[in-house]
Design a protein around this ligand. Sequence first.
Ligand code: GYE
Length: 347
Amino acid sequence: MKKLICLVLVMLLTFSLVACTTEDPAATTTKAAATTAKAEDTTAAPTEPGNELITVGFAQCKADESDWRKANTASMQDAFSEANGFSFTMADSNNDAAKQVADVQGFIDQEVDYIIIAAVNMDGWDTVLGNAKDAGIPVILMDRTINASPDLYVCWVGGGFYNEGVKATDWISTRFTADEEVGIVNLQGQLGASAQVGRSGALDDALAANSNWSLVARQTGEWSTDTAKEIMTSWIQQYGDDIDVVYAENDNMADGAIQALEEAGMKVGGDDGVAIISFDANRAYLQMTLEGKINCNVECNPQLGPKAAEIVMLLEEGGTPAKEESIDETAFYYDTITQEIIDARLY
Ligand code: GYE
């Protein structure tokens, strides 16, 4: 009975995720209905004696590494609340890949029911995931993919990072003609994270396909505004007007680059400034896109909690989730975005 109520609740939550990423009266009503149904149904209170909670260990890469990650952490904590029937433990590896593997081993030793991983790095998972398999603990990959044998995890849900990169490089192709020299600097995410590998990979392929494009400089900005600002400040001193495009692999790093350019008195964004590419499309940075500071902002949805909870409940019911589920994503452009579009966003 309790798990059925959990399933209904999670399905309602997921409906609000999948139905629309923009504010929708129906969605709002759905969430409200979910909350009310839960509040009224005291017989199903999971904490009542005899009603065990589903135990979930979540290995987060670095809970506050970026605005996107903060939204993602909140989405997981909300979806896996005790009110929804879960006992949820998050381990924050602080982007230390070795620590994250140890965190997962810790969850195995605690004999949790499920393990969810947002992997710091794509490599190094075979042994510990083998241990989880031997222990009979299903592993779900959320957001980031890994290089491990697919039989070592149940499924992955997240963004299509390479395709996100293609959306960005397609925009560069519309901005510059084939006979214009285009100097690109690349602020990469944490090296080895699948989001970085996918987005950098798309840029590499586009650079190979466009002989008038050149990679002026590339470095990891660790997803951080401050680190990106420091790097961009030194690139401006070294390369100045050779920089036509900043390919920043998340909103925070795009912001850092913009600050450095503005402090150097360089024109940013718009029709004729240094073109700014960003990823994530968090609300504050969509505002900067509307202001013309960011030219192209490729969406990556952080609200993966309800979907991950839905997968756990499907497994609880003996179901089989899709091996891979890529969340729908779009892109926003400075010359077409509107305040209405931004106001309708959930994050
Ligand atoms: O782009 C960045 C976050 O894995 C998609 O990680 C995520 C990335 C996101 O820190 O802001």
